[in-house]
Design a protein around this ligand. Structure first.
Ligand code: ADP
Ligand code: MG
Length: 188
């Protein structure tokens, strides 16, 4: 952690604060996300552990944000990610005109490739929305924020929480309180 030189705050979501920082030795710019480790309830891995586990299982996709390192910090962790210029909610909000159809198609293709990659690795993201889709300086879209992600079993005997996804983006089966659902919740 002390090898990182802080450059300011870049984002704040529901579960943590994200800072921009520069690695003192390599000069590489990263995004540091602080996540608190809360008491483990009923042995269910909490947010921070889930995020680390999900990201470690799906190291290598150009459509998933790269986790570079994990440091213990206080009662939690700091996750160091590759730095991304913006996120899709910012791009939409600050754009002078609506996105061109070709741009929408390009983002959609990268998003679907990323989602297909996660699902092929049995990871269901459960919180896909513009603020969790990061955009690099070269316009590449990458899926981020695996704080609600889970490794899914297809045996059909597991029960899952329906209190996932941000309400505006929640799939109908979740709104109706389903405890058994599948990767379809990422496609709604
Ligand atoms: P939360 O779980 O709190 O929602 P996120 O991982 O979604 O945390 O991060 C919150 C915000 O921080 C994102 O919406 C984005 O604007 C910014 N952010 C997250 N990761 C990065 C990154 N690697 N590079 C640049 N900005 C990031
Ligand atoms: Mg988020």
């Amino acid at each position: 952690m002390d090898r990182q030189h802080p450059l300011g705050r870049i984002g704040e979501g529901a579960h943590g604060i994200v800072f921009k920082a520069k690695h003192v030795e390599t000069g590489e710019t990263v995004a540091l996300k602080k996540v608190a480790l809360r008491r483990l309830e009923d042995g269910i891995p909490n947010q921070a552990l889930r995020e680390i586990k999900a990201l470690q299982e799906i190291e290598d996709s150009q459509y998933v944000v790269k986790l570079k390192a994990v440091f213990p910090h206080g009662a939690g962790f700091v996750l160091a990610f590759e730095f991304m210029l913006s996120d899709l909610s910012e791009v939409i909000r600050h754009g002078k005109r609506p996105l061109a159809p070709a741009q929408v198609k390009a983002y959609m293709q990268m998003l679907l490739k990323g989602v297909a990659f996660c699902h092929a690795n049995n990871i269901v993201h459960r919180d896909l929305k513009p603020a969790n889709l990061l955009i690099s300086s070269s316009g590449q879209l990458k899926i981020a924020d695996f704080g609600l992600a889970r490794v899914f079993s297809h045996k059909g005997d597991r029960l899952y929480s329906h209190q996932v996804a941000t309400r505006w983006y929640r799939a109908p089966e979740l709104l109706y309180g389903a405890r058994q659902y599948d990767e379809g919740v990422d496609l709604w």
